[in-house]
Design a protein around this ligand. Structure first.
Ligand SMILES: NC(=O)c1ccc[n+]([C@@H]2O[C@H](COP(=O)([O-])OP(=O)(O)OC[C@H]3O[C@@H](n4cnc5c(N)ncnc54)[C@H](O)[C@@H]3O)[C@@H](O)[C@H]2O)c1
Ligand SMILES: [Mg+2]
Length: 341
């Protein structure tokens, strides 16, 4: 027995003997939930639900921080009944994971219910995703972003782009099917590379005119169709600042929900020379920064106030952005090199 509430339904994969690793059991159960409508429908009865209202996540102020709380299946059912909604609305939920004890976790958009009444009943507020991402504890933001991204994808893929007929989601929400021609649609992410370019002891940070005043970050760009990640790094660096990449080193990756789901692939790159030729159509400004200047920029935890001369000091994206991680990593490497000199 490995999960509450699914004992009567035979799982597709979890019959495998000797699944000793709890991580593997967890992954196999998630696979069953995603692929098997009966198992997932059953799990809806005992799962927990993260709620959204027109794609704004529900947050609760817990004193000095904010939480992204889930409601139980029975609580959600009670809410639906009190708001005179059909209880089958629970099937609009999408699966976003399961707890260590294999209780399924779903997200649901209650945009058709009265927002202020819901906020009163649940003791919290529906908050715009960007604001919520900055308010929430760092460890809770990936789940919230994933949930919103999946709900958003379903909201904007209700019709088949070939037949124009409505598509239908499976219970978990891992896909949508057009029953007129059998086409299957899967949730999409666009691959994006983000590169921290360095030359000798300096790194390159840039800004677009749409960024908040004073914010500089690493170079980024969407992968063109048919490109490898390495080709995207080379092209974006050449396109945006006119430099030729010499070497590329992978660092980390991140799901980024703004404005649509991207898979951010973060790299460090070195270039052969440092003379910049900025593409004004994409970049407002790009500059080389020393270790001291980057350390100074990293000191700001949030948007810095204007200085007396009206300018805003240079700052870098907050910790939720993988750009922050790349910049921190570069700083640590520079400090380590200084120590060994
Ligand atoms: N998490 C982070 O640290 C971080 C940092 C920087 C940028 N980003 C994200 O990276 C993404 C790309 O940033 P950018 O502005 O440098 O990209 P970019 O340099 O490729 O320029 C954006 C342009 O690319 C085109 N484009 C091509 N494919 C696209 C697609 N699938 N979706 C949307 N536009 C597409 C559009 O014309 C768009 O205006 C953005 O979503 C941005 O929010 C995240
Ligand atoms: Mg770009």
């Amino acid at each position: 027995m490995f999960c509450v509430g699914v004992a009567m339904i035979r799982p597709v994969t979890s019959t495998c003997a000797r699944l000793s690793s709890s991580y593997v059991k967890h992954a196999r159960y998630l696979f069953d939930l995603k692929e098997n409508d009966d198992i997932c429908r059953q799990a809806l009865k005992s799962g927990s639900f993260y709620v959204f209202h027109n794609l704004s996540p529900f947050l609760r102020n817990t004193g000095n921080s904010y939480s992204f709380p889930a409601v139980s299946a029975s609580e959600l059912l009670r809410i639906l009944i009190e708001h005179k909604m059909n209880e089958r609305m629970m099937e609009k939920s999408v699966l976003i994971g399961c707890s260590d004890s294999c209780a399924a976790e779903f997200a649901i958009d209650l945009g058709s219910l009265e927002r202020s009444r819901l906020e009163r009943e649940l003791c919290g507020k529906f908050t715009d995703l960007r604001k919520a991402a900055l308010q929430l504890r760092l460890k809770d933001t990936p789940l919230m972003s994933q949930a919103q991204a999946l709900l958003r994808w379903h909201e904007s893929h209700q019709y088949c782009s070939k037949t124009g007929k409505p598509t239908q989601k499976n219970i978990s929400g891992s896909k949508r099917v057009c029953h007129a021609n059998g086409l299957i649609y899967y949730p999409q992410m666009s691959p994006v590379i983000i590169t921290l370019v360095s030359h000798r002891k300096r790194c390159l940070l840039a800004r677009q005119d749409s960024y908040p005043a004073g914010m500089y970050t690493a170079l980024s760009g969407f992968c063109d169709i048919g490109e490898t990640l390495e080709e995207t790094v080379r092209r974006e660096v050449a396109e945006e600042v006119g430099l030729e990449v010499e070497s590329i080193r992978y660092s980390a990756s991140q799901h980024w929900p703004f404005p649509n789901s991207s898979l951010m692939v973060a790299c460090h790159a070195t270039v052969r020379q440092d003379e910049l030729c900025i593409n004004a159509a994409e970049i407002e400004s790009a500059k080389w920064f020393s270790l001291e200047e980057v350390e100074e920029a990293l000191k700001w935890q949030k948007v810095p106030p204007k200085q007396e001369d009206g300018t805003v000091p240079i700052w870098v994206p907050p910790k939720i952005a993988i750009a922050h991680h790349l910049i921190q990593e570069w700083v640590q490497e520079q400090r380590a090199q200084l120590k060994h000199r």
